[in-house]
Write a protein that binds this ligand. Structure first.
Ligand SMILES: [Zn+2]
Ligand SMILES: [Zn+2]
Length: 277
């Protein structure tokens, strides 16, 4: 049944030469274990020909690098997610720093604060977020920031560490227009997830209307948060077409215009080669 439905899924279609970059996906996670090559291939066939796969701890940062080395069009980030900072050691920091030298590494993160789940105590999250922000600056890498139910505290730490010559992104943006403005004022990009396609995402939809197009990039955050019409299932980079289409609708623009702008923004932020490597 599921397979039959999948066949019938009609993707929005990019114009000739149109391409998208999934700026945040977790390709090393278990849901992609069996068919990762197919997932990457399907994405490329629909125009999502570059994917940034994101590290959440030392092991997944290594996996991200390995995937990026093996797969054309895949790039890596390194860092320790707020869920995982409780066990971080000095040696982890030394190893992260060493991994940053790899040319497939395009950003530092995801790092940040998650006061929704609070898997690590708040003070520990804050300490290691601030420390990793400074490490990213020292490494001259853009920041990939995760913020869940911690808008004020995230802004606080970033404001103290400002400026960010290499830029950064508030990934899976979940704030309102005022928060988006504050993020943009820090020189950051706002990354829009599939959530924007959900009926009840009015606050996010309003923020998307108001954020300047040159500050917007797109992501899946796969395997999580699949957009409509795949909500609740495994997310994957090809499905980002539906997110792009929704952003275009909210902006009153064509899909190709949004694809061209968000792709150029992501290329610039992550300093990606223009051609598929
Ligand atoms: Zn995240
Ligand atoms: Zn993530």
């Amino acid at each position: 049944m599921a397979a039959a439905k999948k066949k019938n899924l009609v993707y929005p279609v990019l114009g000739v030469g149109g391409r998208l970059i999934d700026t945040h996906c977790h390709l090393d996670m278990q849901p992609y274990g069996d068919d990762l090559a197919e997932v990457i291939d399907r994405a490329a066939r629909h125009g999502v020909d570059r994917i940034v796969t994101v590290g959440i701890d030392l092991a997944s940062s290594r996996s991200a690098i390995r995937l990026a080395e093996e797969s054309p069009g895949v790039f890596a980030t390194i860092g320790v997610h707020p869920h995982n900072v409780a066990g971080i050691t000095e040696d982890d920091y030394r190893q992260l720093q060493a991994l940053a030298d790899n040319p497939v590494v395009v950003a530092y993160g995801e790092i940040g604060l998650d006061f929704h789940y609070n898997y690590a105590p708040a003070d520990v999250q804050i300490e290691h977020f601030a420390r990793q922000v400074n490490l990213a600056k020292q490494l001259e890498l853009p920041l990939v920031v995760h913020d869940r139910d911690a808008h004020r505290e995230v802004l606080d730490i970033l404001t103290k560490a400002h400026p960010f010559p290499a830029g950064g992104v508030m990934h899976c943006f979940s704030g309102d227009s005022a928060f988006a403005r504050a993020v943009v004022d820090l020189g950051f990009h706002v990354s829009i997830p599939g959530v924007v396609t959900f009926k009840k995402a009015e606050v996010l939809q309003t923020a998307v209307r108001e954020v300047p197009l040159d500050r917007i990039i797109l992501e899946t955050d796969g395997p999580f948060l699949a957009p409509e019409p795949r909500r609740g299932r495994r997310n994957e980079p090809a499905l980002m077409l539906f997110t792009a289409q929704k952003v275009a609708e909210l902006k009153g623009l064509g899909l190709d215009e949004v694809a061209a702008a968000t792709t150029a923004n992501a290329e610039k932020l992550f300093r990606l080669p223009r051609a598929v490597k």
